[in-house]
Design a protein around this ligand. Structure first.
Ligand SMILES: [Zn+2]
Length: 325
């Protein structure tokens, strides 16, 4: 393959920002919420959100022109915060090399968990929380600590379970295998699947209760290096051809997907409980302007679509008017 063609392929790769997709992020947040102690739950419900699972995907939707037509460009700065990139097959995560100036998911976790510990830094308190919930989920999707030459598996084309549709390795780990597992084993019912994950988490929670962000990233990278890129013939996958992945790959991978969802939920719940212990409760509530700013960010997607409708109607009216004239 010519170097020019390789360059063009790499340039055309979509950045990996989605993480677990809507379903996975929702499951992680719901698991975490179930572990919040009484004080933390009250803090979340009264100051931040009524339902953690509903805001868990917000940090991705702000990047979509389909969801945030007039605002998505304003959030470009936050795209690198969804992942860590290492040189290809360099399986040791090195913070100084892979997270320069904290512009990676590790830096984001440090930043938003610190900001949430005090109202003194409460510029965008609710927004900090939305980001933290999302990024704890993302860092547990192994390919969010992946290789920079294919954007964490986005550049590796695959077909899954004989589907005629082509997807990519990153997307398969984001949503493909999770969706398949829910559909084939839980009749597509997210509540049943959540109940199953929840009971599994309660049995394992004591073993995975920590907030060592370096370790979380290293665990993901380890899974990437030891498992994800090997197909059923034990051939190392790359961006040059399309691979067919079936039952063998799925059976080997779904336990990892589930383990990471459970770890993310348990760790997020424990992290939020710990943050609240250190949280300096102010005698006065956050400034009104801050609250308003956060709400604007959270609901900008709905508002932008409404704006679009208004503009469309206004243009239609204008065209009609000109036609008449
Ligand atoms: Zn993300």
């Amino acid at each position: 393959m010519s170097s020019l063609l390789l360059f063009l392929i790499i340039c055309s790769i979509t950045p990996h920002i989605e993480g677990w997709g809507r379903v996975g992020h929702s499951l992680v947040a719901h698991l975490a919420e179930s572990l919040l102690d009484e004080r933390a739950l009250k803090w979340v419900k009264t100051r931040l959100t009524n339902q953690m699972s509903e805001i868990a995907f917000w940090a991705d939707t702000i990047h979509f022109d389909t969801d945030n037509l007039f605002g998505f460009n304003a959030w470009r700065w936050s795209k690198p915060l969804h992942y860590i990139n290492t040189p290809p097959w360099d399986c040791n995560y090195i913070y100084e090399r892979d997270c320069i100036n904290d512009r990676c998911i590790h830096g984001a976790l440090k930043n938003y968990s610190t900001r949430l510990k005090t109202f003194d830094n409460n510029v965008h308190h609710q927004q900090d929380f939305f980001f933290l919930v999302h990024f704890v989920g993302d860092i547990h999707q192994p390919l969010h600590a992946g290789f920079n030459n294919d954007a964490g598996g986005n550049g590796v084309s695959v077909r899954f379970m004989n589907s005629t549709a082509t997807t990519n390795l990153h997307s398969l780990w984001d949503t493909g295998m999770l969706t398949h597992r829910m559909r084939t084993e839980f009749a597509g019912n997210i509540n049943t699947y959540y109940a199953y994950l929840h009971s599994k988490m309660l049995n394992e929670a004591s073993k995975i209760n920590d907030d060592n962000f370096t370790q979380w990233a290293s665990e993901s990278l380890d899974i990437v290096c030891k498992q994800i890129y090997f197909n059923e013939m034990n051939v190392t996958m790359n961006s040059s051809i399309r691979y067919n992945l079936g039952e063998w790959y799925y059976q080997r991978s779904w336990p990892v997907v589930e383990k990471r969802l459970i770890q993310a939920g348990a760790r997020l719940g424990a992290l939020l409980n710990r943050i609240l212990i250190k949280h300096t409760e102010s005698t006065k509530p956050p400034a009104t302007t801050t609250q308003r700013g956060c709400y604007n960010a959270a609901f900008s997607i709905k508002f932008s679509m409404l704006n679009f409708l208004f503009i469309f109607l206004a243009l239609s009216y204008s065209i009609d008017t000109k036609t008449v004239v």
